[in-house]
Design a protein. Structure first.
Length: 121
């Protein structure tokens, strides 16, 4: 995936940790994944997936190597760099902590609602 232009994608619009987590996870799981598949898995547009991949490459987290899946099509093989593996571990931990907080908050809200419904009967 050649980088065009002189602007650094990562400086224009910072990528949130959820998107970074999903992209790095999918790339590690399937290095032959297409941008269209990455976009679908992460729940983002194809253009945003391209933009985010470029930003990850500019930061040295992902490397893209060319390979040919057929004589007429050029595809990329995405690899996490050592720095990318460290970043994936960081965002995975952050993602897990955030989801645990959300879970605890939901449990508390459910309990409050149960008590409220019980009082209204």
């Amino acid at each position: 995936m050649p980088l065009k232009g002189t602007k650094c994608a990562s400086l224009l619009f910072p990528m949130n940790d959820d998107i970074r987590y999903h992209l790095l996870r999918q790339i590690q799981k399937n290095p032959k994944i297409t941008q269209r598949e990455l976009a679908s898995e992460a729940g983002i547009s194809l253009g945003k997936a391209n933009y985010c991949l470029r930003a990850l490459m500019e930061k040295g987290l992902v490397k893209a190597d060319n390979f040919r899946s057929s004589p007429k099509k050029l595809r990329y093989l995405y690899k996490l760099t050592p720095k990318g593996l460290e970043e994936k571990a960081r965002v995975t931990y952050s993602f897990l902590k955030r989801k645990q907080r959300e879970y605890e908050n939901l449990k508390e809200e459910i309990e409050r609602l149960r008590q409220e419904v019980g009082r209204d009967k």
